[in-house]
Write a protein that binds this ligand. Sequence first.
Ligand SMILES: [Zn+2]
Length: 390
Amino acid sequence: MTGVLPIAATAKQMGKRGLVVPSANLAEAMVVEGLAVYGFDHLRGVIEFLHDPSRYVAPSYQRSEADTATSPLDLMEVKGQSHARRALEVAAAGGHNLIFVGPPGSGKTLLARRIPSILPPMTFEEALETTRIYSVAGLLQGRGLITDRPFRSPHHSASGPSLVGGGSFPKPGEISLASNGILFLDELTEFKRDVLDFLRQPLEDGFVTVTRTRQSVVFPAKFMLVASTNPCPCGYFGDAIQPCTCSPRQREQYWARLSGPLMDRIDLQVMVNRLKPEEITSQEQGEPSAIVRARVARARKIQQERFAQEPNVRCNAQMESRHLRQFCQLDERSKSLLEGAIRRLGLSARASDRVLKVSRTIADLAESDKIQANHVAEAIQYRTFDRMSS
Ligand SMILES: [Zn+2]
């Protein structure tokens, strides 16, 4: 049965003391505290229960400690790529959208799949929100509270409805299932452009409205977008070893597919190069995920305190204009740096706001109260592709 968790939460709100559910949904209903939940396999059991409820004891839910089980993929296994690793850390620290652009074999997918290993555990509120979405989608499969941040990686043949939600009884799509976690779009340019256009509004709002003839439903969609793509059709533009065989026109058309408005909403745009031969043979391991995650957690803690009074903002990436005025003030030097970048790269107002948010996160990682010029300069570096896609 789908949607048992929201039903249980509503029963609690209505002041009900208990709830009878199918056994298979017991774990998820028990997530709601202060509600006695009984699970049965057959109606006969329910009838016996109703005859003499005092003979039954509702099982109690043991909330486990925040799940710190590490993801099986560790950043330690990634050699070199200090620039891309840094971008990954900044993205995780502030909840920013990120795209890796690089030739085949540069390890961009390898890097992206390791993001879950450096993200902080979900708060209880986040876990509850995510569990509700999976409950409605019928994907809990007997589980109780989901404590791992979701990592969703839909195939590029995915349809609009499967990505954003739909159906005659609206169901949440991939962007909602990725809420409080990651939506990973591998080979972004392979996705249909009209399907990508569906992402724009949810990326801005943090929710999606699915409208059908019967009803319209709002689902949360607070996901971090992580994407990867080749730099051109042949894949080797900018590669040190293999020359690109595409014409300028082909490259232009390729970037046009990504559409400026979508790139506008990607805070961190990072070129990933193939390793040099001496880097490939090097025995040196990368920094382990646990150490990176500790730095990310410190930066998130600062944000938690900053947004303690803001129920809808959990990290820097979710700031609105009024927060930018309050928390992202720049001194003269930083201001002229940003203005220079707006002119040089032709940044839109939206893109320049995103530079400010990323600067805030870089300052938080440095545990600096004020945003400094070097923080802004680093944030600007991550706007490599605004030019190419506009
Ligand atoms: Zn090429």
